[in-house]
Design a binder for this molecule. Structure first.
Ligand code: NAI
Length: 258
């Protein structure tokens, strides 16, 4: 049966690959992106998120079978907070009524293996407290102090914790809505392209994200894992972070962390 799937960041990289796979199997994709999707929206602002969620709910006739949030940025600045974290959490929360109306609703958010790495604890705490102004203030301070590189991992660590907490909060698992994270290693998309232009940067990334199994990911490799978690076959998996990373997380954190 065709499902209504809302995909943020549908215009590029992982979101575009997922959109193509979903459409190929007959699902209806409502793409949300800065421009060029079914819904043009800026998820970095509360107003943009609310408008996008209302438009997506309307386009889906009030019934959203799955939401997958791929919109994101790795530029080390405040947009990691506004787009990666709040652009997912507020958007997904606003779609909860339309998800609850679906037969087998699913939520998948795209995290990152970088979420396992050192973070800015103040940014993470403010995100999890849903205090966007405070999170932004901490992020601006991190940029000013030369600690901006911790912002992207911070946004993804906070996102994973939000997903795990939300998954078992009232109104989600008990309403039949699983919430999971797919956390990729390095994926060959426009986001990562800059890394490969600079040999020193590539060497540093290869050391930071070791991927012994099959090397770098193609966007469709990530999209296929999302398809399972966002589909009817996933009946009981919720609150999980699935690292699709060629062994990076297992290498970095070791066998005792599971
Ligand atoms: P991409 O740059 O190819 O696509 C990101 C999409 O998000 C673009 O279409 C962009 O327009 C959209 N977007 C950015 N800001 C937005 C905003 N304010 N409002 C609405 N849409 C916005 O990136 P890619 O690689 O496909 O990334 C997708 C997700 O995967 C991101 O969350 C990223 O952090 C994550 N990821 C990517 C990795 C990689 O190596 N490429 C590794 C791990 C995680």
């Amino acid at each position: 049966m065709s499902r209504n799937v809302v995909v943020t960041g549908s215009g590029s990289g992982i979101g575009a690959a997922l959109t193509a796979l979903l459409r190929a199997r007959g699902d209806r994709v409502i793409g949300v992106d800065l421009r060029g999707g079914e819904i043009d929206a800026d998820l970095s602002t509360p107003r943009g998120r609310a408008a996008a969620a209302a438009a997506a709910t309307g386009a889906a006739g009030g019934v959203v079978d799955a939401v997958v949030t791929c919109a994101g940025t790795s530029v080390p600045g405040t947009a990691t907070v506004t787009v990666n974290y709040f652009g997912t959490t507020e958007f997904v929360a606003a779609l909860r009524p339309a998800l609850a109306a679906a037969r087998q609703p699913r939520v998948v958010v795209i995290g990152s293996v970088s979420g396992t790495q050192p973070t800015d604890p103040d940014v993470v705490a403010a995100c999890l407290a849903a205090d966007e102004d405070k999170a932004l203030a901490h992020a601006e301070r991190a940029v000013a102090d030369g600690r901006a590189r911790r912002l992207y991992p911070s946004s993804k660590a906070a996102l994973a914790q939000w997903a795990r907490r939300t998954a078992v909060a009232e109104g989600w698992a008990d309403a039949g809505i699983p919430v999971n994270v797919v956390a990729p290693g390095i994926v060959l998309t426009p986001m990562s392209a800059g890394i490969f232009d600079d040999p020193a940067m590539k060497k540093a990334m290869d050391a930071a994200v070791p991927m012994p199994l099959n090397g770098y990911l193609r966007p469709e490799d990530v999209a296929r894992a999302v398809l399972f978690l966002a589909g009817d076959d996933n009946t009981h998996i919720t609150g999980q972070v699935l690292h699709v990373d060629g062994g990076a997380e297992a290498t970095l954190r070791g066998p005792a962390h599971f």
